[in-house]
Design a protein. Structure first.
Length: 291
């Protein structure tokens, strides 16, 4: 018997079956289209296995309040066709097993804490920078929830004095996601990030916004480890510059060895690589089975 895992992104779905130690035995990937078509692919994949539980790490916003009438729903997403979709309810129609449900970034944070770069911590964050920007958090050993769930990709950031870009977020314009996501890079510079690898000014500006945001997260949540993933973070010149800007924005206020002398080991890439999200979904399934 296996655990099932779903990493539900706005662009693609990854489904996998695996074990409670985070091992992925088989996986499949397909585009995120309409809920009806996408769920058909999900059900077809999992129907070949005997599952003990399923974990879902989903794009959002989502409703995580188990006492809510819309628990398990994707709520106010701008993704066409997916607003108010009953994700957990649809999976429950086909598989009568425990279901763990959380944001994709919370799932990735959980995976990194159990098996990746944040092992041994009780407080960590996972930041993804790609099509959007999202941040998942574990505080004192527990995934951070609240009124809804963290939406740290939409914090307001101080604008760089040389940056006249209006921002790309349909809700906030020049929030963090509006200034530093993959689509923001493409809209500002007229090319995708992968085509701009040699242009130092692109990544210097990107690091300014990401470093500023991470400094905020450190001041608010005091994580023991910051894990930064997503497609944009694969630019090798970016992370060292981000670390530099974190120190610059903190300006010596947080007097801790991890930041003052060991920041290369404090702000890191995912230990699980591109598997952070899907392993995190396995962790959600394991958690649901235990509950």
């Amino acid at each position: 018997m296996y655990l099932g895992a779903i990493e539900a992104g706005g662009t693609k779905f990854v489904c996998a079956v695996g074990s409670g130690d985070g091992t992925v035995h088989e996986r499949t990937t397909f585009p995120t289209t309409t809920p009806q078509e996408t769920m058909r692919h999900v059900v077809d994949f999992f129907s070949r296995y005997e599952l003990k539980a399923i974990g879902i790490g989903s794009f959002g916003p989502i409703d995580l309040n188990k006492n809510s009438a819309t628990y398990g729903h994707i709520t106010s997403t701008p993704k066409p066709h997916w607003a108010n979709f009953d994700f957990v309810g649809e999976i429950s129609k086909h598989f009568h097993v425990p279901i763990g449900f959380d944001t994709d970034v919370n799932a990735a944070a959980l995976g990194e804490r159990l098996w990746g770069a944040a092992r041994g911590t009780d407080n960590c964050i996972y930041m993804t920078v790609g099509t959007g920007i999202g941040v998942g958090a574990i505080v004192e050993g527990r995934l951070l929830h609240g009124l809804l769930h963290p939406e740290m990709g939409h914090i307001l950031v101080r604008r760089h004095p040389d940056d006249a870009f209006a921002g790309s977020c349909p809700f906030h314009g020049d929030c963090l996601e509006g200034m530093a996501s993959g689509p923001a890079i493409e809209k500002r510079w007229g090319k995708k990030g992968a085509e701009l690898a040699a242009q130092k000014e692109v990544w210097s500006l990107e690091a300014f916004y990401l470093g500023q945001a991470i400094a905020h997260y450190i001041l608010i949540l005091s994580p023991e480890k910051v894990v930064a993933g997503g497609g944009v973070m694969k630019q090798p010149q970016l992370l060292p510059d981000v670390r530099h800007h974190v120190r610059q924005f903190l300006n010596g206020y947080v007097q801790h060895e991890a930041i003052l002398h060991h920041i290369d080991d404090y702000i890191v890439l995912p230990g699980l690589g591109d598997n952070a999200g899907i392993c995190g979904a396995l962790a959600l399934a394991k958690q649901a089975l235990g509950e």
